[in-house]
Unconditional design. Structure first.
Length: 472
């Protein structure tokens, strides 16, 4: 893809001019600008800061936007929103608008501003060749003006960002189709994709793209608008598949999420319905995968949301990322997977030591192999632990050792589990090899691997009998 040369819009505007209530329309009458930039229009209120007069700021932002549009979108029209300022820091968002002045799609430009003594307002635009400078300035913005989530939302990811995550399937029911409405839109939408499930007339079900644990749910918002001011008001589900691997499902319909935080989900698990909440220009699903996230927000506050960090492209089982094309339809293979007994134990469970104190770590080891003809996903692999007095694995007290999450095994591939843990209560325990398949079903004591008994004592918690000494 052709990239324009590195340019940073840095404009020093002399002090003295006051914010005009309406800046002039920049249009074809200016020979250096082939696009159009409309005057300031507050639209929906932006989070953080307050609109405030600052000599030269409005003019600097307007000139920076005009230059950006002329270089990168000469046929487009952008409406510059009111600036938000805190001290020497400010920013403004310009949204693309149609001829009648209304936003029609999620295209915007966030201009970052910092006032420097003797130089005036310096403006940095999201130029393709200036990602590092833009991101560095963004990270310095005060929390009073822009919170962590919005900074992450505006962060410019690298186009080549990719992680070796495997096993994701298209996030809607198997056998159904959806088409791509946008993907990898520079500068803010790289490594992210929007799907319209079943077309414009439907609101399709959203499925987990890969087995994992639900770590965030928000479904309390019933508001959406094609306006940057609606950012933060979207509903979403976030699933953790393994440490450092999260999938995100955004713009979900109000009160449409059937899962809760802590639930384990697999292929074929419905987690919501696509909707139009938050900053959205129509019913669709915004999907992305990340290596991290900002702090989880209050799920009962409709006006705030967390955001992904380390956003990365992923290849789906059905289609690689590079082959996803706007307006092309794709059929999902996201079916529930009944487990077919394709796991074989190649090294039985071993626990060391089998007699331990409650402050002593025990180690559990075993190996399993995929003996089937297709790849399989094990949502969890673990050494399960229950009290020997309990006859089944449905006991209320379980003390499992740490689990390995989202284990993908190719045909013939072997996997070794080796984890340590402590049992803090005295007693006799049963330890078993265990794994959870992609459909969420648990399997214990597989094949030749019999459970192992472990006895735990806590000598430091023993108490001497109480002796009362009395006088004659």
């Amino acid at each position: 893809m052709h990239r324009p040369p590195h340019r940073v819009v840095a404009l020093a505007i002399a002090l003295g001019a006051l914010l005009a209530p309406a800046a002039p329309l920049v249009g074809p009458m200016h020979p250096t600008i082939s696009g159009e930039v409309r005057a300031a229009d507050p639209g929906l209120p932006l989070p953080g800061g307050m609109p405030t007069a600052a000599p030269g700021l409005e003019e600097a932002l307007h000139a920076a936007l005009a230059g950006f549009v002329a270089r990168h979108a000469p046929g487009a029209r952008y409406r510059l929103g009111a600036a938000r300022r805190y001290g020497d820091w400010a920013y403004a968002v310009a949204q693309e608008v149609a001829a009648e002045g209304r936003s029609g799609r999620e295209r915007f430009v966030a201009l970052l501003a910092r006032h420097q003594p003797g130089k005036g307002w310096q403006i940095v635009a999201p130029e393709p060749g200036a990602r590092e400078e833009y991101n560095a300035l963004l990270e310095q913005f005060p929390e009073q003006l822009m919170d962590e989530s919005e900074r992450a939302f505006l962060y410019l990811p690298a186009a080549e960002a990719a992680a070796s995550f495997a096993g994701h399937r298209l996030p809607w029911p198997g056998g159904q189709y959806a088409y791509v409405t946008q993907i990898d839109v520079d500068p803010y939408h790289l490594n992210q994709v929007d799907f319209d499930i079943l077309g414009l007339a439907a609101s399709g079900d959203v499925y987990a793209s890969k087995p994992g644990r639900v770590v965030f749910v928000k479904e309390c918002s019933n508001y959406g608008a094609c306006d940057y001011g609606a950012r933060g008001k979207g509903n979403m589900v976030v699933i953790e598949h393994a440490p450092g691997e999260y999938s995100w499902y955004l713009h979900l319909a109000y009160n449409s999420v059937p899962v809760e935080v802590g639930d384990w989900v697999g292929y074929g698990t419905r987690i919501g319905v696509e909707g139009n909440t938050g900053y959205s220009c129509g019913v669709h699903l915004h999907y992305m995968v990340s290596t991290g996230h900002t702090a989880w927000t209050d799920p009962n506050n409709p006006d705030v949301e967390p955001w992904a960090t380390g956003i990365t492209a992923v290849d789906f089982v059905e289609v690689p990322w590079r082959d996803l094309v706007v307006m092309r339809t794709y059929t999902s293979q996201n079916y529930p997977e009944p487990f077919g007994g394709s796991v074989e134990v190649t090294e039985p469970l071993r626990v060391i030591p089998e007699t331990a104190s409650c402050v002593e770590a025990i180690t559990a080891e075993f190996r399993v192999r995929n003996v089937g003809s297709a790849p399989i996903m094990l949502a969890q692999v673990v050494a399960a632990v229950r009290d020997a007095a309990c006859p089944s694995w449905e006991c209320p007290y379980r003390a499992d050792l740490p689990a390995d999450l989202s284990v993908v095994l190719a045909p013939g591939e072997e996997y070794r589990y080796a984890r340590q843990g402590r049992l803090s209560r005295p007693g006799t325990y049963v330890v078993s090899l265990a794994y959870q398949d992609a459909a969420g079903v648990w399997h214990y004591e597989a094949d030749a691997s019999a459970p192992v008994s472990v006895t735990v004592s806590c000598p430091f918690r023993s108490f001497l009998p109480l002796v009362l000494a009395g006088g004659p």
